[in-house]
Write a protein that binds this ligand. Structure first.
Ligand code: C5P
Length: 409
């Protein structure tokens, strides 16, 4: 059964071309068991008719703030109290700006302003990519995020104006899935999770470093999912271009040594440690203080030394959390993963192929999860969906109580 079953969803539609997808969104929400009411801005009615939304939602559509008939039925206060969640899709740049400054100049902004604190407010932005990147929109988005709104998308792709970029509304099926996740029971309420993500960089000189192709997307997806499931997430991240997942507190690091220090600083109170980072195994023995100049030689030798294995260090702590490692492999996936499980003394190892179109820089992945007594294959899916599936496996394997675990070596 969907987590949306029996939920009351108020769909706000503002005036963007993506409004043409909202009847399908309404249908999918209702298929998931939700009751849907629709509020449209005046501009939205230029893109799609209220009658279409009334037919698909099976409820009257609300468009005006100062409408005697509507206020006598369900006015803005009742509508805002009725909803378990408000989803504004599409949310235009204008609508986001009006919400950010707290305007109440139409029905949709007014009811958003008087939402009870328990009600989720979710926005699915849709606009031209230049508008999305504009300083004013970025500032409005950040303001709204600090107030606890949930942002779904936008995604990258072809836009109605003919240009390509980041600004497309998430597809209805994704929006329903994102909303569903917010209603998922808080499996890890109050539990501390420590997650590493991204690559590390090992300096050769002030301008050069050794690194790898990790984008950090898998670790960030796990941090986002764990946080949505109620965990208190600390994300120790190597250099990435990704936004901090909502609810997670992020510690930025660059080198393997910095990542180790940050992890050991906070690991003490953790219930679960997930090492998703692609940590350098070797670093230059010495970092040149100045940029290394080429001389006459055809070859040069860089002497490397091992970095400390953060995962094995945490796993070897006398008082340690539930420890999950990753194994990104280009060959012998299962053997290498099982070696890591045993060799590093892990509770679980998550293996994935890298190379091809899966793994490091991709939005999709496929995982094989191993623990001492079992294994589970998670077929190709988005990294966020896999993160939820992985966390469910972890939840089933976590010792019933005790935080952190007490393990005697
Ligand atoms: O041994 P290998 O590097 O392939 O193991 C990968 C796993 O170990 C990942 O979970 C990675 O985050 C972790 N690791 C670590 N510290 C290192 C190297 C790897 O935590 N120095």
């Amino acid at each position: 059964m969907s987590a949306l079953s029996g939920k009351r969803i108020l769909l706000g539609i503002s005036g963007g071309i993506a409004a043409y997808k909202t009847p399908e969104l309404v249908r999918r929400l209702r298929d998931a068991g939700a009751t849907v009411r629709v509020v449209m801005t005046q501009a939205a009615t230029a893109f799609i008719t209220p009658l279409t939304l009334q037919a698909t939602s099976a409820n009257p559509v609300h468009t005006a703030l100062l409408d005697h008939a509507a206020e006598a039925g369900m006015g803005h206060i009742e509508l805002s109290r009725w909803a378990d969640a408000v989803l504004v899709a599409p949310a235009t740049a204008d609508l986001m700006a009006r919400l950010a400054v707290g305007m109440a100049d139409d029905l949709l902004t007014t009811l958003c302003l008087c939402l009870p604190t328990r009600t989720l407010l979710c926005l699915a932005p849709a606009m031209n990519h230049v508008m999305w990147a504009a300083g004013a929109t970025v500032a409005n988005r950040d303001t709204l995020l600090t107030r606890g709104i949930h942002l779904f998308g936008p995604t990258h792709g072809k836009q109605a104006c003919g240009e390509t970029g980041l600004g497309r509304m998430e597809e209805p099926i994704q929006l329903v899935a994102a909303l569903e996740r917010l209603f998922v029971p808080k499996l890890f309420a109050g539990q501390q999770f420590l997650i590493t993500a991204g690559p590390t960089r090992e300096a050769i000189d002030p301008v050069r470093f050794l690194s790898n192709r990790s984008s950090g997307k898998m670790g960030y997806a796990i941090a986002a999912a764990a946080s949505a499931l109620g965990a208190e997430v600390t994300l120790v991240s190597g250099p990435t271009n990704l936004p901090t997942p909502q609810g997670a507190s992020r510690i930025n690091v660059v080198s393997a040594k910095e990542m180790r220090d940050a992890v050991l600083d906070v690991v003490n109170d953790c219930r679960v440690f997930i090492a998703c980072a692609a940590v350098a195994d070797y670093r230059p023995v010495a970092t040149a203080p100045q940029k290394i100049k080429k001389k006459g030689e055809q070859a040069m030798t860089l002497v490397l030394e091992r970095t400390e294995d953060i995962l094995a260090t945490v796993s070897g702590l006398p008082r340690r959390p539930f420890v999950v490692g990753f194994a990104a492999e280009t060959e012998n996936l299962e053997t290498n993963a099982l070696d890591k499980l045993q060799g590093k003394g892990l509770d679980m190892v998550v293996a994935n192929w890298v190379g091809g179109d899966l793994g490091f820089e991709s939005d999709d992945n496929a995982l094989q999860v191993y623990w001492a007594e079992g294994q589970q294959i998670l077929p190709r899916a988005s990294k966020l969906d896999l993160a939820y599936a992985l966390l469910e496996i972890i939840a089933n394997r976590l010792p019933a109580n005790g935080s952190p675990q007490l393990i005697t070596h």
